[in-house]
Design a protein around this ligand. Structure first.
Ligand code: GDP
Length: 234
């Protein structure tokens, strides 16, 4: 059983390929993310968004999916994105600047979108989330791509489908990314990978591939980092 770490081979325990990624792109993304990665601002409403002057790549997913952990793993920081303490409290778009030098425009930005699908959220909060996300997706001309994170243990839920349909509607292309792959058996990982891939094929803006990651072991992280850079350079 071979497992891919940041430098490793291509096959992980599920036997599901993450796909070969250009080693030059992997190295370039590693170098880029080891440089400047700065928190810029939190926008609770569209009027607080930063000027749309550089490309952006957004991360979306259910609350507790492992979004903060994956952002931290991709950027190689311990606590860039706060791991969730109070799920569902934050209804903000968080922006991070990547590349370039402080005080100047970055190469691109990462956008940490508010987690969704948390239990016991008042309808008003859900509606607020829906409006913020929908308006952002529809109006953000610099948004190159979105990553939709799916917990390997749970697969695609109805709220994920709602998110995917919002992305389809806004014509924002997205990658589906399985998180916490270390938490389940190889056979279960293969099954969830197949079902998420089947769901992806039903959606006009989804990539017909599903990335498999673990922030805990580093599985798939280097490849995803490279994919984010490729997306930002679209
Ligand atoms: P967020 O709410 O989507 O930002 O999720 P977090 O990043 O805060 O993660 C939620 C919980 O899952 C935390 O307890 C993390 O430590 C845990 N977690 C996140 N990613 C992984 C992973 O790849 N493997 C394992 N085993 N646990 C993870």
């Amino acid at each position: 059983m071979s497992q891919r770490d940041e430098q490793g081979g291509h096959v992980h325990p599920g036997g599901v390929e993450n796909g070969a990624v250009d080693p030059e792109l992997i190295e370039r993304s590693r170098r880029l993310f080891s440089g400047r990665v700065d928190f810029l601002l939190s926008a609770p409403a569209l009027k607080f968004l930063p000027d749309p002057v550089v490309p952006e790549v957004a991360f979306a997913g259910r609350s507790n999916v492992g979004k903060s952990s994956l952002l931290n793993a991709i950027t190689g920081r311990k606590s860039l994105a706060r791991t969730s303490v109070t799920p569902g409290r934050t209804q903000e778009l968080n922006f991070f600047e990547v590349g370039g030098i402080a005080g100047e425009l970055p190469d691109f930005r990462l956008v940490d979108m508010p987690g969704y699908g948390f239990a016991k959220a008042p309808p008003k909060v859900v509606e607020q989330w829906r409006k913020l996300v929908r308006d952002f997706l529809r109006g953000r001309v610099v948004l190159k791509r979105c990553l939709v994170l799916i917990d390997s243990r749970h697969g695609v839920k109805d709220v994920d489908i709602e998110m995917m349909e919002m992305l389809d509607g806004a014509a924002v292309g997205y990658r589906l990314v399985l998180t916490k792959a270390d938490k389940i058996k190889a056979s279960d990982l293969s099954a969830v990978h197949a079902s998420v891939l089947a769901e992806a094929r039903k959606h006009s803006a989804a990539f017909p591939q599903v990335a498999v990651t673990s922030s805990e072991t580093g599985l798939g992280v280097a490849e995803l980092r490279a994919a984010v850079l490729a997306d930002a350079e679209l």
